[in-house]
Design a protein around this ligand. Structure first.
Ligand SMILES: Cc1cc2nc3c(=O)[nH]c(=O)nc-3n(C[C@H](O)[C@H](O)[C@H](O)COP(=O)(O)OP(=O)(O)OC[C@H]3O[C@@H](n4cnc5c(N)ncnc54)[C@H](O)[C@@H]3O)c2cc1C
Length: 608
């Protein structure tokens, strides 16, 4: 049986009730899609994820990858499923049909990505990285490079990677030493030399060729991030005819033994170690890092998808297990024998934390995807710019908050399973091992917090952040009288005020004492994440309340009715989730803000 129980109902609620899908489908690029087509694509993808992709998760983890003669051997079960992924067009569903994509909005495929990542994160990474790498060439490469590489990568015949990290250049990418020397008489061709480490999907048994998107420095270009250029470096060189030819001296010299995602090969790559290695300049020289940011921003959202995927998968597993596993009597009937653990308050509390983070971050992902699509597709330039700003503001939150909470939710899932959760009999332990990496790569979560506080908060002189805060305040004011939810909106409103106070404090202290201010970068990201998560859950609760009132005249649904009717249970559950999150998380925002602005310097004073 598949390990994956995917909640299609929740995604459809986000798509059809929470987001303005009509506005998106009215834009020029998406006019040919309607709600039915979107649902059809989504359902087909979820079936594929549950029935086919999920089957490689456990076996891929157990078999892992190995390096052999400069290449990687991936788990045997991956190859046939990769073929099906290619046939289904699932590597690049959002990309331009001219290059083999389907041109679908990310708002629809975000749920697809979640399903695929939940099914088999390590396996699906090959597709995500290939699509992102090809998109870099599609966006910034010249016509010749696009013709040579893009369609074969979107089609999954060739793989793609992003090669930034070197032993001495991790978070500090500007310290890289990989070099690029022009090939005499060949415009745009360079000889690449250097070693990259930790390269995901540096090779795979099912790749006919691999195109590495490598950051390197041309001799004489400035030190640091300003002198970095981007190169497309194929494993087998590719001529103007687009055919893969001779070996290009790109080798896998080792792969990492690691905690999770064993099916994803994490490679040390040697470029030009045994002979000349040709790379092709993508776009303008010394623009490599800004270009790479396109892929990194996409990958940061995809990290969020990974956290959200495993959080939701863990929740679905835990809720089923808790409904079956019997231990201990009901507190109100101590002599009555063992009952299902889902009846114990402590287990219910853990389950609701799991649900609130899993579904809140999922809705935030849906919202971000909608902003991304609208930023690109909306014809009103002012609105498009606003959506782009909001997307940029939310990106570090999606990356860091969703992955930290994703990891926490998988851990709570293990707690609910008890000792069985720690064993390989259930998929929870793999979920937790696989989830951890998403808080580390694509810029650690600590670096995301610095990005939020140091750059995103300051965008347009702080106006972008203020737009979000003011819209949140208006949302609270407009909905404060929704029946049954007054307390939730009040707590959300107070949390928003606390956030504003911390932002003001950080701004006031940032110049005079930058370390004191930055000490609060991660707590600030967490507070903003709590508020965004709470905002999403509250929106859902309001929609559910209105729907229930329209259906039954009241939003109160008695237990028996919920047990009989899954839709009533779903809607009433949205209200309970928002209430729980407001009480258990948002209500503490004021205390957190007081601690954050207290100016305590213990962590700076400490001599370790
Ligand atoms: C499984 C796996 C897959 C990966 N895939 C890829 C890939 O495909 N391509 C690729 O290029 N790289 C990849 N990486 C590399 C990954 O992006 C880096 O590991 C990550 O950027 C962190 O770099 P580092 O490991 O050198 O840590 P360091 O940079 O040494 O950081 C160590 C700690 O210090 C903190 N820190 C560092 N600098 C600062 C600062 N200025 N301020 C505050 N805190 C700081 C960090 O937050 C972290 O907690 C992968 C890594 C792994 C483990």
């Amino acid at each position: 049986m598949s390990h994956l129980f995917f909640d299609t109902r929740d995604w459809k609620f986000i798509l059809h009730d929470q987001l303005d899908l009509d506005a998106l489908l009215a834009t020029k690029p998406y006019r040919e899609f309607d709600r039915e087509t979107c649902d059809g694509v989504f359902e087909q993808a979820v079936r594929f994820a549950v029935d086919r992709m999920a089957a490689v998760n456990g076996p891929g983890d157990r078999e892992g990858c190995r390096a052999e003669n400069g290449r990687v051997v991936t788990p045997a079960c991956f190859e046939p499923v990769w073929k099906e992924v290619r046939e289904g067009g699932w590597i690049a569903p959002t990309r331009d049909p001219e290059f083999g994509g389907m041109g679908l909005p990310f708002t629809v495929t975000a749920g697809v990505a979640e399903a695929f990542s939940a099914a088999a994160q390590a396996f699906y990474m090959y597709a995500g990285l290939t699509s992102g790498a090809a998109h870099l060439i599609e966006t910034f490469g010249n016509a010749d490079l696009k013709k040579r590489f893009v369609a074969k990568m979107y089609g999954g015949e060739w793989g793609g990677t992003m090669c930034l990290t070197e032993p001495q250049a991790g978070s500090a990418v500007g310290d890289l030493t990989t070099s690029a020397t022009p090939v005499d008489g060949e415009d745009g061709a360079y000889l690449i030399e250097g070693t990259k480490i930790f390269i995901s999907g540096g090779d795979a048994s099912f790749y006919g060729n691999v195109v590495h998107l490598v950051l390197a420095r041309r001799k004489g270009d400035p030190a640091g991030t300003k002198g970095i250029s981007l190169f497309a470096v194929p494993r087998l060189d590719v001529g103007p005819d687009g055919k893969a030819g001779a070996f290009n001296n790109v080798s896998v010299t080792r792969i990492e033994e690691k905690m999770g995602i064993h099916g994803s090969a994490t490679c040390q790559m040697a470029f030009g170690g045994d002979g000349p290695c040709r790379g092709y300049l993508v776009g303008e020289p010394c623009s490599g890092l800004p270009y790479m940011f396109q892929m990194m921003n996409e990958a940061r959202i995809m990290c969020g998808v990974q956290g959200i995927a495993l959080a939701n998968a863990a929740f679905q597993q835990a809720v089923r297990y808790a409904a079956e596993r019997k231990q201990g009597p009901d507190l109100e009937n101590l002599g009555g024998g063992s009952v299902e653990i889902i009846r114990h308050p402590d287990v219910r509390r853990n389950l609701l934390f799991m649900k609130a983070w899993a579904e809140g971050t999922r809705a935030l992902l849906g919202q971000s995807a909608w902003w991304a699509d609208m930023a690109a597709a909306c014809e009103d330039a002012e609105l498009a710019a606003k959506y782009q700003d909001l997307l940029e503001l939310v990106t570090p939150v999606i990356k860091a908050y969703s992955t930290d909470k994703g990891f926490r939710v998988t851990e709570l899932g293990i707690q609910i399973f008890g000792g069985y959760g720690y064993t390989q009999e259930y998929p929870l332990e793999q979920y937790m091992r696989d989830a951890k990496i998403a808080s580390l790569y694509e810029g650690t979560n600590g670096i995301q917090a610095l990005d939020l506080v140091g750059r995103k908060m300051r965008m347009k002189g702080g106006a972008v952040f203020m737009t979000y805060v003011m819209e949140l305040a208006s949302f609270v004011e407009a909905n404060k009288d929704v029946p049954g939810l007054g307390g939730v909106l009040e707590k959300l409103g107070r949390a928003q005020q606390a956030l504003g106070e911390v932002a003001f404090w950080m701004q006031s202290n940032g110049r005079a004492n930058v370390k004191l201010a930055m000490l609060q970068a991660t707590p600030f990201l967490e507070l903003l994440g709590d508020i965004m998560n709470g905002h999403m859950l509250t929106q859902q609760a309001i929609i559910a309340t209105k729907k229930l009132i329209a259906m039954r005249g009241s939003a109160e649904v008695e237990r028996a009715a919920r047990e009989d009717d899954a839709e009533l249970a779903f809607l009433a559950g949205k209200i309970d989730t928002a209430r729980f999150f407001a009480t258990e998380v948002l209500a503490f925002a004021g205390a957190k803000a007081r601690a954050m602005t207290s100016g305590d310097t213990a962590a700076l004073d400490m001599v370790f």
